[in-house]
Write a protein that binds this ligand. Sequence first.
Ligand code: C2E
Ligand code: MG
Ligand code: MG
Length: 565
Amino acid sequence: MQEVYRRGQGMRRNVLLVDDDQVSRQIMANIIGRDHDVFHASNGQEALDVLRDHGQRLSLVLLDLLMPVMGGYEVLRTLQADPLLRRIPVIVLTSENVAEVESLQLGAVDFIPKPYVPEVVAARVNRAIELAEDRQIIRETERDALTGLYTHDFFLQYARLRDRYESGQSMDAVVININRFHLINELYGRSLGDRLLRSVADVIGRFQGEKEGLACRSGSDNFCLYLHHREDYESSLLPALASLGERLGSKKITVRVGIYPQVDSSVSLEQRFDRAGAACGRLRGRYATECAYYDNALHEKELHDGRLLSEMDSALSSGQFRVVFQPKYHIQGARPVLSSAEALVRWFHPVHGAISPSEFIPLFEDNGLISRLDHFVWTQAAAQIRSWRDRFGFSLPVSVNVSRVDLFHPDLESRLQEVLRLNGLSPSDLLLEITESAYTNQRFNLVETVGRLREAGFRVEMDDFGSGYSSLNMLTSLPMDALKLDMGFIHNIASSEKDLHIVKLMLEIARFLSVPVIAEGVETEQQYALLKDAGCDIIQGFYFSRPLPPEEFDRLIERELAARR
Ligand code: C2E
Ligand code: MG
Ligand code: MG
C-alpha cells in the first residue's frame, strides 16, 4: 500500500475549491495551486455540477459553509448520500468553531480555519488526499469484488480486532456453503451462479448487519459470519437462505450452515471457523437448507479422526491394513462365471478393531493421505493377480478404487504402470473404479485424465453410478468401460416396483451407451434373478461372496476352475 502511494506522490491531483468569497478563494487557490490543479465553484449548486461532471477525477473538495444559493452543509449531505461521490474527502473551510463539529459529523474529514497559514493548508490538504487514497486501496482489497463482502484475510483481521475490543462477549462462528454449487454453475450457467453468490451475500450481509457482525466470502461458495451469540438461526437465517432458489426463478437451491456457538476463546479464530466448517460438513449431500451445530460429539469425532490420521503411517508399515477381494460374476450365461474381483482395503486396528473403510477413506481423502493407501492397495492387488496367474495359470482382472484425489496426481498413470511393471502385468489386468461423484465434481479435467488412462489400455468402471449427478448429457461424453450401479438402487428391487423400474431404466441407459452394467450389493437370490432377467451383465455382492482374504479367495478360484472343467 505504501508503495502505491509513494508512486503517486508528487503527482498533481484535481481539487475542487468551493467558496463564494472570491478573494479568499484566490488566496487558497494560490496556496494549493503549487501542488495541484484547482477547479472553482462559487456556491454549493455549482460545486455539485462540477462533482457530477468531474467527480471521478477529483481527489478532494475544499468547502466553504456559508454561501448563497446552496450552502456547504447541503453539499456535504448530498455527497454522503451518493455512493460514488462519498469516497471524495471534504475539508471544510471555516472561521467559526461551532461549525467544525457539525461538519465532521456530516462526513467532512478535516477543517481549515481562516485566515489561512500556507504551510498548514498545504500539509492538511496533502494529508487528506493521502489518507483517502490509502482508504480507497484498502476498501478495494478488503472486499470481494463479486459480493462486496470482506475477503477472508481482512475478515480475520477485523474479527481479531473485535475480539480484542469486545473480549468477554459470547460469539458464534458460522460457515455457510451452497450445496452442489459446481452443478448449479454447470446446469444454469455461471451468471446465475454469480447471482446466487451475490444473493447469499445479500442475505448474510443484512443478517449480520442487524446484529453488527462481520461477514466474508472465504472461498468460491463458502461464507463466514462472526457475530454475537444468538439462538434464532433456524427461524431467521435459514428461512432467508431457503428462499434463495425462489428468488432466482424457482431453482432447486439449498444451503448448509454450520454453527460453532459460543466459541471457546482459547482456540484460534481459524480453528473456530474450522469447527463451524466441520459442523457444516456434516450436512454435505443433504437436499434441504439446514444447519448443524458443532458440539461435544463432533469434537470427540474430530479427536478420533485426528488420531486415525496420525496413525496411518505406522499402521501401514506395521501391516494393519490388509486387502480383501470380492468376486464379480458374469451372470448372462448358463451359469455364473467368475469375471473379476474388487480389491477392498481393511484396517485392523490394535485398539479399535476392524475399522470400516467408510470411516477412514473419506478422512484420508480430505487430506490427501489416501493416495499412499491406494498405492499400497494397488501394489497388493497387482501382486495378487501375479500370484494367482503363477499358481493357477488363471488371469483374473482385479479392480482397484482410484480416489478422486489420485486423479489430480500428474503421475497417476506412471505410478500405476510401475506397479504393473514390477509384477509383469499389463494395464488390462487392472480395472480402475472411479466414483461417479468424482466425474461430476471435476468433469473437465477428469474426462481428459480418464481418456488418457483408457488410451494406455486401462479399463475404467464408473463406481456408485446413480449416487452422483451425471445428467444424461454428461454421461454421453464421459469415458468409461462399465457402469457400477450404486448399491442403494439394488436394495429394494424385490419389494418395490418403482426401484426395479429405476434399475431397468439405468440398464437402458447403459445399453444406449454400449457399456456393461455391474450391480453391487446383491444379497439375495431374488435380487439376483430380477437383475439377470433385466439383462444386468455382472453381479457383485454377498449373494455370491463377501470380500475375502487372499487365502479364501484361492479356494473360490479352485472351485471356479473345477466347474469349468
Ligand atoms: P465401493 O467401492 O462401492 O465398494 C463396495 C462396498 O460394498 C464395499 O464396502 C463392499 O464390502 C460392500 N459390499 C459388497 N457387497 C455387498 C452386499 O451384498 N451388501 C452390502 N451391504 N455391502 C456390500 P467397503 O469395503 O466397506 O468399502 C466401502 C467403500 O470404501 C468402497 O465403496 C470404496 O468407495 C471405499 N474403499 C474401499 N477400499 C478402498 C481403497 O482401497 N481405496 C479407496 N480409494 N477406496 C476404498
Ligand atoms: Mg468400488
Ligand atoms: Mg461402489
